[in-house]
Design a protein around this ligand. Sequence first.
Ligand SMILES: *Cc1c(COP(=O)(O)O)cnc(C)c1O
Length: 380
Amino acid sequence: MWHLDATLTRFASVACEFPLDPTRAPVKTAVMSTATLSVDLDAIAANWRALDKASASGVQTAAVVKANAYGLGLPRVARALAQAGARRFFVAVTEEGANLRQILGPGPQICVLSGHMAGDTEMVSDLDLTPMLNSLDQVTRHLESLPGHAFGVQLDTGMNRLGMEEPEWEAIAPFVLEAGPELLMSHLACADDPDHALNEQQLASFLAMTDGTGVPRSLAATGGILLGPKYHFDLTRPGIGLYGCRPYEAARPVVSLSLPVIQTRLIAPGESVGYGCTWVAEQPTTVASLSGGYADGLPRTLSNAAMLWDGDTPCPLIGRVSMDTITVDISHLAQIPRSLDILGPNQSADDLADTAGTIGYEILTGLSARYYRRYYEGGK
Ligand SMILES: *Cc1c(COP(=O)(O)O)cnc(C)c1O
């Protein structure tokens, strides 16, 4: 019975470290193999206040919390923003709005960017959601099914995504305005590029479609806020800036992500690492396998390209990103770390996005549901 004693001894020591005793408090970070995503709620609140200050005091600043608050976790983020002073929230779809209403309770206004779809009526009504109507179809559905219920109108000024176009709007504007929309809004396609000609064109188109209506107006998301006061109108709708990403360069950083080391091994020159053997050792190398992969929102384009960080020491990702695991060269570290950071002070979501060939928005909204989300608030 080779090794049996040693195996049993090892098992006994493991069992002793992590007894299956339900009365014991669960051990958190020390034994988890899931990664920890830390979210600084104070930073989100500070970013909201700073973006609020960037427009005149008469301009309301909403908060966009679609896609689970850009991946960071809707319940805690929405409550932190409400506490910071946000009174109006935007989500993409009605189910998100329903969820948010349960989190925030009555009071704050919840606007739904996809408008009023067939099947939404009951939720819109029962949970007091405000759909931004995008088409004549939606206007008809809303006014027929919920007469007197709050709504806004989304206008297309050149992005060609959501909202009514100028001719359609002109035809029905008198009738829609009669029904009392509480917001007319549009969205800029190139606000992250202040020199792009489309910004001025969209602004002119928005003015032409809304001047003289007397209805509150909104054109700017994060990028639009930074374009200056003529883009602010009555209400701004920042999303990405709250979460610390471009184009809001002055944002306070919000997230850090730490991936536990599951296993390490020493490999010899000539040995390869990972699927497809895309990385081959040229010298003896200590390889750490970390918990987190493309199923967790770490793009496969990070393969053989990204850095992880042990404090301030960079450690290159080697081989391909696989579904649940990445492999990292830690040969130069004096000790085997418990975890390595892929987001943090040395690498923002935008930095990682640059390496992956995408944008910070996609990195954030892809952050895994598997990550353990840890929230810092009140300086803790
Ligand atoms: C997502 C979105 C926003 C927020 O945009 P950011 O660039 O994240 O600030 C605002 N308005 C609309 C219509 C959106 O789709």
